[in-house]
Design a protein around this ligand. Structure first.
Ligand code: HEC
Length: 183
């Protein structure tokens, strides 16, 4: 037997012993499980549960009423955010439709009423004029407010952004539309 062979055998024997030890340990746990009366680490789940609820609340915060936001909405900021809309909408009087209708004087305008624009049936059927409230909801997620809308725009998540845009839209020909109550 040369040293190389001896090493191989010794290695195999050692590996065998190790394996037996591992099996022994596992068997020990399997056959004699130790039950503790109390968990080794007491975890206060009540606080976990309450933070979970809190973080759920955070995920779905209630949007503040538009009336409250309008009090501090900034039309200049809204004009900047309107760049997102400008690809599809003109905002000047008589500029006409692009992909979407001209939004000049949109506040208090009957929904789906720009002349010559071919609206989706969802928009035509919605009814009523564009109030602050309706614009606030529509711009959050257009497809949720108008079934099958042609406006392929994801929406503006931030309530403040929507209020700023509405404040800007308000400067376009209809600034006398009374603001919703700030409550
Ligand atoms: C990808 C193009 C596109 C973008 C971007 C877009 N819109 Fe529109 N928008 C449309 C189309 C198309 C319609 C018509 C929807 C229909 O008929 O259902 C529309 C309709 C509207 C209406 C209703 C108009 C009416 O006459 O009743 C409003 C208000 C409006 N958009 C506001 C906005 C604002 C504000 C933004 C930016 C935050 C914006 N849109 C971004 C395409 C767009």
């Amino acid at each position: 037997m040369n040293t190389f062979e001896f090493n191989k055998i010794a290695g195999a024997v050692l590996a065998g012993i190790l394996l037996l030890m591992v099996i022994g340990e596992v068997a020990h746990f399997a056959v004699e499980p130790t039950h503790l009366d109390k968990p080794a680490y007491a975890i206060d789940t009540s606080s976990v549960a309450s933070t979970e609820v809190a973080s759920d609340d955070k995920k779905k915060p209630q949007d503040p009423p538009i009336g409250v936001l309008m009090a501090s909405a900034d039309p200049a900021k809204g004009e900047k955010i309107f760049k997102k809309c400008h690809a599809c909408h003109n905002a000047e009087e008589g500029a006409g439709a692009k992909i979407g209708p001209d939004l000049y004087g949109i506040l208090d305008r009957p929904k789906g009423s720009a002349e010559g624009f071919s609206y989706s049936s969802g928009m035509k059927e919605k009814g009523g004029n564009w109030t602050y409230e309706d614009l606030y909801h529509f711009l959050k997620k257009p497809s949720a407010f108008i079934d099958g809308t042609k406006m392929s725009f994801a929406g503006l998540k931030k309530p403040e952004d929507r209020a700023d845009i509405i404040a800007f839209l308000r400067t376009l020909g209809k600034s006398d539309v009374p603001l919703p109550p700030a409550q």
